[in-house]
Design a protein around this ligand. Structure first.
Ligand code: GLU
Length: 447
């Protein structure tokens, strides 16, 4: 494989789209050796086809804010790859959303979905709409306006969006309401992450965080370690961080830090159930300030402005917020403070320098596409329940989620075990995902 040539071509076609190029570079570096053992992939130009999205929809979204002023945002849906199933992936509402971000996320989603063992292709979408400071009514009007364009691109057997940063159960509800009205179709399978009373899967809100901790347990077990009593620092306080904190505490770990864009809250005695429940209120308030935790629980949580969770001594770091949120300097600080494991829960949460630092310094590291795949996997379980008009119990969903995370870990071990016996989880996840998608593309011909 001519990685440099492929990257140069991609950079020329997508100038300045650094996050997208970063995601592709990481995958190509990992799969190069395996790819070169398969001349049939080279002949069918699998990599050249796989790195480009199948299609991109861009649309204007106009809505009226609470002051009566007209607002205009951009909306997108990027259908990346459908080799193993219909397009599937979340919607991100964040002021920094641009095509590069959604292309990197759609690309990652393709591999992640392949790892889940379920038949789902990769997609991503969203808008540069900024939910911070917006009222509930404004969120509803925006979601409705967004869906007046999106509905034509999606469908239960075609493309199934869900949540991501800035899009949770409330937004999915508003989006589905408008979809139903426009499409005159009552198939709840068109979106996942729905409310539990109208087609949503039990445990979907918790699934990304729960799955991440199940994966972490397998990784620790493989390394001869245990999570019990370990100190965990995590970033964010949204849905994913909430699920991760809940399960970490249940498994006997101590969550000693959560963070936000404004700074970090150190929690020396470990997060309590009341604090975990309060994370949900913080998310729903749209204030986007982790300081609110320290205001609500003075004496238990200590806020420091401008600092990251990675400045707090811990055993295990769990980035749960945004891409590139953990730099090489953060990795060094973590190690200096005793951290020996980082499981990336956010998509591409660690910068390449941080990943290399972890890998070169004996710190256990696993990438987001493996660690956080429990979220989309449970979306897949929601689709199955919707298609068969049934609803599984929490135990049924949790058992299936456990099985899927174990299988993802096994795939990483199968493809990532190095000659010296240690597991390179980045390679393992990328090669396992790639082999599945590439084989499907090959079998479906040149399309
Ligand atoms: N946004 C989540 C992810 O990054 C979930 C996607 C889904 O459930 O479709 O995987």
């Amino acid at each position: 494989m001519k990685t440099a040539e492929i990257m140069a071509n991609l950079a020329a076609k997508h100038p300045g789209e650094n996050e997208y190029l970063q995601a592709v570079q990481e995958v190509l570096e990992s799969i190069e050796e395996v790819y070169n053992q398969h001349p049939e992939f080279e002949k069918a130009k699998i990599v050249e086809r796989m790195v480009e999205p199948d299609r991109i929809f861009t649309f204007r979204v106009t809505w009226v804010d609470d002051k009566g002023e007209v607002q205009t945002n951009l909306g997108y849906r990027i259908q990346f790859n459908s080799a193993i199933g219909p397009y599937k992936g979340g919607l991100r509402f964040h002021k920094a959303v641009v095509p590069s971000m959604l292309k990197f996320l759609g690309f990652e989603q393709t591999f992640k979905n392949a790892l889940t063992t379920l038949p789902m292709g990769g997609a991503k979408g969203g808008s540069d709409f900024d939910p911070v400071g917006k009222s509930n009514d404004e969120i509803m009007r925006f979601c409705q306006a967004f869906m007046t364009e999106l509905w034509q691109c999606i469908g239960p057997d075609q493309d199934i969006p869900a949540g991501d940063v800035g899009v949770g159960g409330r937004e999915i509800g508003y989006l589905y309401g408008m979809y139903k009205k426009l499409a005159r179709e009552y198939n709840t399978g068109v979106l996942t992450g729905k409310g539990a009373t109208w087609g949503g899967s039990i445990l979907r809100p918790e699934a990304t965080g729960f799955g991440a901790l199940y994966f972490t347990q397998h990784l620790l077990h493989k390394a001869g370690k245990d999570i019990q009593g370990k100190k965990v620092a995590l970033s964010g306080f949204g849905n994913v961080a909430w699920g991760a904190a809940t399960k970490a505490k249940q498994l006997g770990a101590k969550v000693v830090a959560i963070s936000g864009p404004d700074g970090v809250c150190e929690i020396p005695d470990g997060i309590t159930d009341e604090m975990i429940a309060y994370m949900l209120e913080m998310r729903a308030s749209n204030r986007n300030k982790v300081e609110d935790m320290a205001t609500k629980f003075p004496g238990q949580a200590k806020f420091t402005a401008g600092k990251k969770a990675w400045s707090i001594p811990c055993d295990i770091a769990l980035p749960c917020a945004f891409q590139n949120e953990l730099s090489e300097d953060d990795a060094k600080e973590l190690q200096k403070n005793g951290c020996w494991c980082c499981c990336e829960v956010s998509n591409m949460g660690c910068q390449p320098g941080a990943i290399h630092y972890f890998q070169n310094n004996g710190i256990l590291f696993a990438p987001g596409k493996a660690v956080n795949a429990g979220g989309v996997a449970t979306s897949g379980l929601e689709m199955t329940q919707n298609a068969s008009h049934i609803s599984w119990s929490a135990k049924e969903v949790d058992d299936k989620l456990h099985f899927i995370m174990e299988s993802i870990h096994e795939q990483c071990v199968k493809y990532g075990t190095q000659p010296d016996g240690h597991v390179d989880y980045v390679k393992g996840a990328n090669i396992a995902g790639f082999m599945k998608v590439a084989t499907a593309m090959l079998e479906q011909g040149i399309i």
